[in-house]
Design a protein around this ligand. Structure first.
Ligand SMILES: Cc1cc2nc3c(=O)[nH]c(=O)nc-3n(C[C@H](O)[C@H](O)[C@H](O)COP(=O)(O)OP(=O)(O)OC[C@H]3O[C@@H](n4cnc5c(N)ncnc54)[C@H](O)[C@@H]3O)c2cc1C
Length: 394
């Protein structure tokens, strides 16, 4: 077992970092920390940047070459994602929702036609997916979803409402969970469809997040026709497909790379900020907080690495993503609050004041860390999975 990178991998890391820094969109650095926002301008910049990464096989490095990837090893995949987030590069969210959650699930459960069209489009940075699971009355208890699809000739007709759909209005396709059998036990009557977001009968309404940006949409499906060929994994077989997709969703580790950047910023801040006769980094309480955050950050990254290596062996991890996701999310929240403590009263500032530390990155992250314990399953849901599948408590 080797936790370090080889010389070749270190050289690759330098290459990726240099390329990303050189290719950040014009004006991007001035927008930071709006990296965390969802304005039209930023999503557009992110999509264009991701297309450039895709041209090198770096947008979906873990995909097969024929679908725009580079058949990357876990280490190469890890390096690319680490550098993308560590450099604070733009993300359209599609690098997660589409590329990391939907694409790999289609590779496991989809038809060859679906792989050729959707995985290929995702790998090349040409398609954006949103995910339609949550409803006004279905969140943690996803199996209680009520959006219906009813067969009509070669099509299904879909009616219902999805909420909290990240990126829905920017997406080309929606990965949609619907009820196709109302008589079956609730986990057994669900089907996954891929729905063209340009179809008649779809209406999206933006929902602002805690930073005041329209991160989500509420989407109404009103008599939306979808060909039966757009079912993934079989009629009424949606639950196992969902479990695969959620396993991928809980495998995310990008917040760890972003918090690593914040940690480095905080260490630099502590080293240069006056305190008593010296600098803040001499303050024992600040040193302890930063050391604790560094330990958490490394632990979370290694847990994420374990999940990635299981996936690269062709396994679909069960409880391991919940372990790493819980750790990643808790660490994110801790980084936000401990970081603000270290920055003191100036930490709350955002915007252009010369007194705003770290360009307001930490205050923005404090707000955006709130959803870390909600999306993809709340802390309680992750602990439930660990108890059931990890500890075998049924
Ligand atoms: C940033 C972000 C992005 C998102 N993007 C999407 C998206 O793209 N597509 C999509 O479909 N959804 C999306 N969601 C929605 C997300 O999946 C749900 O918010 C999440 O599953 C929780 O559901 P809920 O909000 O309805 O909370 P609820 O299920 O109502 O839970 C409320 C509280 O009850 C607790 N609780 C619920 N059940 C249990 C239980 N069995 N045991 C113990 N405690 C329990 C929860 O932990 C929570 O504290 C997103 C959410 C966020 C924050």
């Amino acid at each position: 077992m080797d936790f370090g990178f080889s010389q070749k991998q270190k050289a690759f890391q330098q290459e990726v970092r240099a390329w990303i820094q050189e290719n950040l969109p014009d004006g991007w650095k001035d927008l930071d920390p709006d990296y965390l926002s969802d304005t039209e301008e930023i999503i557009h910049m992110a999509v264009e940047f991701e297309k450039k990464m895709a041209a090198r096989g770096w947008h979906a490095p873990h995909y097969p070459k024929k679908y725009g990837g580079m058949d990357a090893s876990p280490e190469e995949q890890f390096i690319i994602r680490q550098e993308k987030y560590h450099c604070g590069a733009p993300s359209s969210h599609n690098d997660m929702m589409g590329v990391d959650f939907v694409g790999p699930t289609i590779l496991v459960h989809g038809t060859e036609e679906q792989k050729d069209k959707y995985v290929n489009g995702l790998g090349r940075g040409e398609l954006i997916f949103s995910i339609g699971y949550s409803e006004p009355n279905a969140g943690s208890d996803l199996a209680s979803l009520q959006t219906r699809a009813v067969r009509d000739g070669d099509d299904y007709v879909i009616n219902g409402v999805k909420t909290f759909q990240t990126n829905a209005r920017h997406s080309d396709y929606c990965w949609l969970a619907v009820r196709t059998d109302t008589e079956a036990p609730k986990h057994k009557g669900i089907t996954i469809f891929i729905v063209d977001m340009k179809s008649d009968g779809i209406e999206t309404t933006p929902m602002n997040n805690v930073l005041g940006y329209p991160h989500f949409d509420e989407t109404v499906f009103n008599d939306v026709r979808v060909p039966a060929t757009e079912i993934v994994g079989g009629l009424n077989m949606g639950w196992p497909v969902l479990m695969t997709a959620l396993s991928y969703e809980r495998s995310i580790i990008h917040p760890v790379f972003y918090t690593r950047r914040l940690l480095e910023d905080l260490v630099a801040f502590a080293k240069e900020t006056p305190w008593r006769d010296g600098v803040l980094s001499h303050n024992p309480a600040v040193r302890r907080k930063l050391a604790e955050l560094a330990v958490e950050n490394e632990g979370a990254a290694l847990l994420g690495y374990r999940v990635m290596s299981l996936q690269m062996k062709g396994e679909i991890p069960t409880y391991q993503p919940a372990v790493s996701y819980l750790m990643v999310s808790q660490h994110g929240r801790h980084m936000a609050s401990a970081g603000l403590d270290i920055l003191g009263r100036y930490g709350q500032l955002m915007g252009a004041s010369k007194r705003t530390p770290l360009k307001g990155r930490l205050s923005a992250f404090f707000l955006s860390s709130i959803p870390l314990g909600i999306g993809g399953g709340t802390f309680e849901i992750q602990r439930g999975i660990i108890a059931k599948l990890g500890l075998g408590m049924g």
